[in-house]
Design a protein around this ligand. Structure first.
Ligand SMILES: [Zn+2]
Length: 261
């Protein structure tokens, strides 16, 4: 099986993971229509999903929130539990608003970025690049469902900036000369390597995506290139449903089979 056909299987399962909650979520909305379309409402189906996730991996505060909207609902978002976050282990290019429950996820993500970057490039990143977190909107092309961004439960990672390799640090094996100077690795320019010296960056991004997708221990949802509207970032969320939706040339079929929960 080629790498791309393996990823097509992933997309099929991922589509199921998205479509089923959309359907069940609308059914749940009927019983709770009096609550209004806010981001704090819950429903029997949401509670069931939350209980299932809690059994598997412990409670997560946002699991019981209802994401479904009827066609007559306008989008309204509660900002009561949002906090301003600038990064714990890596400084962000700009502060983001996220739900308080999502902050420890981002902190763990930064820890892994530091570890992976140090192993690959010999130093931790100087700055984390992103395309935002909280946005009050529905899922694009699915007006019946709130985006995880509307809950402050999603983050769009776009890349990292590095300072020059300190003189006292040993040069990691295989590190191109250009990566010893200050540089940037980003999804838009490096997901597909255009030059030989960029291959280290695409391998870094692919390994990062695969690690996040396998096991879903930090985030549950991941969307990246070549998915529509995701050519320049990795969407990472803690929605109730685990899925992985991205592809790259040369991906191992075993990884493709394992990235969907
Ligand atoms: Zn996103």
């Amino acid at each position: 099986m080629s790498s791309l056909s393996a990823r097509a299987v992933v997309v099929s399962f991922a589509a199921l993971c998205v479509v089923l909650p959309l359907t069940w979520g609308r059914a749940a909305l009927v019983a709770h229509a009096e609550d209004g379309p806010t981001t704090t409402r819950t429903s029997p189906m949401s509670q069931l999903v939350a209980a299932w996730n809690a059994l598997r991996a412990g409670d997560y505060e946002l699991d019981a929130r209802d994401r479904a909207l009827s066609s007559s609902d306008s989008v309204r978002c509660s900002q009561a539990d949002l906090v301003v976050y600038r990064g714990t282990h890596i400084r962000y290019q700009a502060a983001v608003q996220v739900h308080r429950a999502f902050v420890p996820r981002l902190a763990r993500f930064e820890e892994r970025l530091v570890e992976l970057a140090t192993a690959t490039y010999g130093r931790a990143p100087r700055r984390l690049l992103h395309r935002g977190a909280y946005v009050c909107r529905t899922v694009r092309d699915h007006s019946s469902r709130l985006s995880e961004h509307a809950l402050g439960n999603a983050f769009d990672f776009s890349g990292l900036e590095f300072s020059p390799l300190p003189r006292r640090v040993a040069v990691p094996a295989g590190l191109p000369r250009a990566s010893r100077r200050a540089f940037r690795v980003d999804v838009r320019n490096n997901w597909v390597a255009r030059r030989q010296s960029d291959q280290i960056h695409s391998r870094f991004l692919h390994a990062l995506a695969d690690e996040l997708a396998l096991g879903h221990e930090i985030f549950r949802g991941i969307v990246g290139p070549p998915t529509h509207r995701h050519s320049d970032h990795l969407h990472l969320d803690m929605g109730p449903w685990a899925f992985a939706w991205y592809a790259y040339e040369g991906a191992q079929s075993s990884a493709g089979a394992a990235v969907v929960d």
